[in-house]
Design a protein around this ligand. Structure first.
Ligand SMILES: [Zn+2]
Ligand SMILES: [Zn+2]
Length: 358
């Protein structure tokens, strides 16, 4: 019942509140659907895992010249790392949606307003996950890195006569220490990624035109060397695998957050402790030839120390790669091959002493 009806046009008065509640209902409906989507995503992961689990060897042995490296309990490690990653993506999507609102959230853009750039992110994510090979590849690289590091750690400890490492500290203190160690090596591998030789592979990540939480996972599959180099120092200094996994989890979460649509420089925290989304956007700036590339580090302290910190970050900077042209969309793999070819060509031309390609 309408309490008051001021004149002939009264039925129109009720319409806005009705449509508002319908709008709210629809919004909740979408949220419910999004939640269902996550549920299906988790279920699909579990189903695929059960399918491939029997096909994965639980132990691999690699014969190197100096030593045989054995990585054991692979299934367990794959599941640990994968399940953490699977849990982190929905978590960061949720946090971002709370902070920026439904309209600007990555979830809404992924589900209902896909740009070509987001389609490419999704295609990369799907290609990396459906066969689960990428995760297995990463874990094996990680495992090898750990195995190789442990060998150097043992040899070094033998040479100096005591066990080098931080085993005497509680796990939480170790995670803190190794996180900083990790970010130091991550800073340098990322800076190297921006050199002439490695740019053809790293620019694949920079090809995004539109930040979305899952952009963090857009990386060229051939760019796996960094995972090995960044993790080995932790193992050399005696970090337990559980601590290494925790550090990787923290770093993965930061990676998802800094590619989100959160419009913030995080104040002093973003300036000194952990990189903010706005500063990572500045790192992705399209017009980098004019502005110069900076902000390589997850922990900006390294950028300050090595003179690559840039301060003028903002949410509206255009990002991407102007050359070569990336086609975005679902058929990302054509560019994937082109970039790999450019990478090989760069080296081949260098070896035969020819001019560098542009
Ligand atoms: Zn970069
Ligand atoms: Zn990035």
């Amino acid at each position: 019942m309408t309490p008051e009806t001021p004149g002939a046009g009264s039925p129109q008065i009720a319409t806005p509140s009705l449509s508002l509640s319908a709008g709210r209902l629809a919004a909740w409906g979408w949220r419910g659907l999004a939640l269902l989507g996550f549920g299906l995503y988790l279920w699909a992961w579990w189903a695929v895992w059960k399918l491939i689990e029997p096909m994965i060897p639980d132990t691999i042995t690699v014969d190197l010249v100096v030593r045989t490296i054995t990585v054991e309990e692979i299934r367990h490690k794959v599941l640990d790392a994968a399940s953490l990653l699977v849990a982190m993506i929905p978590f960061v999507l949720y946090v971002e949606a709370i902070l920026v609102g439904w309209e600007k959230s990555s979830v809404r853009r992924i589900l209902f307003a896909r740009t070509e750039s987001i389609k490419m992110d999704l295609a990369c994510l799907a290609a990396g996950q459906t066969p689960v090979m990428r995760v297995i590849g990463k874990v094996l690289t990680f495992g090898l890195s750990a195995g190789f590091g442990v060998w150097i750690h043992d040899e070094l400890s033998k040479a100096v006569g005591f066990n080098i490492g931080l085993g005497f500290m509680p796990d939480i203190a170790q995670v803190f220490f190794y996180f900083w160690l990790y970010t130091f090596f991550d800073y340098w591998t990322h800076r190297i990624d921006h050199t002439y030789f490695f740019w053809p592979l790293h620019r694949y990540h920079h090809s995004t035109e539109d930040f979305c939480v899952i952009t963090s996972l857009r990386s060229h599959p051939a760019a796996f060397l960094g995972v090995f180099i960044i993790n080995a120092p932790m193992a050399i200094l005696g970090a337990p695998v559980s601590v290494m996994i925790s550090v990787n989890l923290i770093v993965t979460t930061i990676g998802l957050l800094i590619h989100s649509g959160i419009d913030s420089d995080w104040g002093w925290f973003g300036k000194w402790v952990i990189q903010s989304p706005n500063h990572h956007r500045l790192h992705h700036i399209l017009d980098y030839k004019t502005h110069g590339v900076g902000n390589f580090a997850i922990a900006p302290i390294w950028d300050h120390l090595f003179g690559t910190y840039k301060g003028e970050a903002g949410p509206e900077l255009a990002i991407g790669v102007d050359k070569p042209l990336y086609r975005q969309g679902w058929f990302f793999f054509i560019d994937l091959f082109r970039d790999y070819w450019d990478f090989v060509k760069t080296y081949a031309l260098f070896v035969v002493g020819k001019r560098r390609i542009d």
